[in-house]
Design a protein around this ligand. Structure first.
Ligand SMILES: [Mn+2]
Length: 322
């Protein structure tokens, strides 16, 4: 049985802010990487491009110094002023082209540092009010721009991360299914969906079922771990509100032979940073191991013969242990 690999989006290891407050102190990228190496069981790094890195050579040297591996490069196409109202779906071709160019640069960077793939969450594409955007051109621009970025440097696959809300009130790619629909439309095999546990919950999905949908449609998947109250993307510590969902996601990830990093997309905010990630690591590793111990064959057989009572009993006894 394979062991879980865990990592973290290192932006959460420094100063973060929301509309009301700032949290923690600013730190350098080197300090963030040193910090990752101190978290129990973490070896993976998801780095935001282009804001958290020097050149590829310096970045690689720092990764080696702290014994870390890349889980992914996360390309940010929402921070620049012109992309705050959207990037890939906008009517202005210049704005779209510069966003595509940024994704291509992120792929070049990923290749140079040995990262396995690039992930992109087009958070600013969408709308805040009705009668704001042209749905027809917005969708077609999303398809065209993402296709162009996906086709570039095919050895570095491009992953799309759906999210229902924020920074736009209603994001373009607002569910796993819509992400899959976009990937089907662009017909490029070197693509995948980044399934963020909290985003999936906010879209009123069941993350395990959403993961299965990605694989059954022939695409690759990459997992971000966290939790929330389903109303907003709070980036809480994993399984703090959806324990059974967490176990079920692990069960199906194992069923599909998932062997990428489980990357933590959680924000410590008021909690002690190191202990926050240690607790996240603990519950995520624990959930993974618990899912490995379940009697997989028996569970699948109970599903086949529709033994719902047997399955509920399994959940009570083997998962909740009551
Ligand atoms: Mn995420």
């Amino acid at each position: 049985m394979s062991e879980i690999k865990q990592g973290v989006i290192i932006g959460f290891l420094g100063k973060t802010q929301d509309r009301f407050s700032e949290y923690q102190a600013p730190v350098t990228t080197e300090q963030k990487l040193e910090f990752v190496s101190k978290i129990d069981g973490f070896t993976g790094v998801e780095m935001v491009f282009p804001y958290e890195n020097e050149g590829p050579a310096e970045t690689k040297a720092l990764m080696d110094k702290y014994g870390l591996e890349f889980a992914a490069i996360n390309v940010n196409i929402k921070k620049e002023t012109e992309w705050v109202p959207g990037a890939l779906s906008r009517p202005d071709k210049g704005i779209r082209d510069r966003a595509v160019a940024m994704i291509k640069k992120a792929k070049d960077f990923a290749k140079a540092v040995g990262a396995p793939h690039v992930t992109c969450c087009p958070l600013s594409d969408g709308y805040d009010v009705l009668f704001q955007i042209n749905y027809k051109t917005a969708w077609n621009h999303m398809v065209e721009t993402f296709a162009e970025a996906a086709d570039y440097l095919p050895e570095i696959p491009l992953f799309l991360e759906p999210k229902y809300s924020e920074t736009r009130v209603h994001c373009q790619i607002d569910s796993t299914a819509k992400g899959v629909l976009l990937l089907k439309d662009i017909q490029c095999k070197n693509t995948g969906i980044t399934i963020d546990m909290g985003h999936s919950l906010q879209s009123q999905e069941n993350p395990a079922q959403a993961l299965s949908l990605i694989y059954e449609n022939g695409f690759d998947a990459y997992i971000h771990t966290n939790d929330n109250d389903t109303k907003a993307d709070w980036d809480l510590i994993g399984a703090s509100r959806h324990f059974l969902h967490y176990i079920e996601l692990m069960f199906w990830a194992q069923e599909y032979g998932y062997n990428k990093y489980f990357t933590t997309d959680a924000s410590p905010r008021i909690f002690d940073v190191l202990e926050f990630f240690n607790r996240h690591s603990e519950i995520t590793t624990g959930a993974y191991k618990l899912a490995q111990k379940l009697n997989r064959q028996q569970i699948l057989e109970m599903m086949r013969i529709e033994d719902y009572n047997g399955l509920m009993q399994m959940v009570n006894k083997e998962i909740y242990r009551i």
